[in-house]
Design a protein around this ligand. Structure first.
Ligand SMILES: [Zn+2]
Ligand SMILES: [Zn+2]
Length: 130
């Protein structure tokens, strides 16, 4: 069963087949800049598992020049992060916040944990008690 996603303004829509190949939270500084948040939550799938449904011409891509592989995609109209192929083309990265339906899975990897935002509550280090 595919799950659907899209951008805030609604021009871009996509669907992705489950399950994800991997589901990662990345705490690196590039992911923080790119998302404006404490970490990126990215699902990875093989290219055949991903399809644009609408608005692909509104999707812009940015390849960070000084990085070996860091890229982002976003809607030209509303700026929402959107899926993009890795530079190798071997995988498609889905920003999990762009999904409009629950994929029924949670991230299993905390990448770059040592680089995490120190302003995020220490609660992320601790299991919640309630
Ligand atoms: Zn949009
Ligand atoms: Zn990262």
């Amino acid at each position: 069963m595919p799950v659907r996603g899209g951008c805030l303004c609604g021009r871009v829509e996509f669907e992705v087949d489950l399950p994800f190949a991997k589901f990662v939270k990345c705490h690196c500084s590039r992911c923080r800049q790119a998302t404006g948040s404490a970490f990126a939550a990215n699902a990875y799938v093989l290219p055949p598992a991903f399809r644009w449904l609408a608005g692909q011409d509104h999707v812009a891509r940015f390849d960070l020049p000084q990085a070996r592989s860091f890229s982002t995609s976003f809607c030209r109209e509303c700026g929402s992060p959107l899926p993009h192929a890795t530079r190798s083309g071997r995988e498609v990265i889905i920003p999990a916040g762009s999904l409009k339906e629950d994929p029924g899975a949670s991230p299993t990897i905390d990448a770059c944990w040592q680089s995490r935002a120190r302003w995020l509550s220490d609660a992320v280090d601790l299991p919640t008690s309630d």
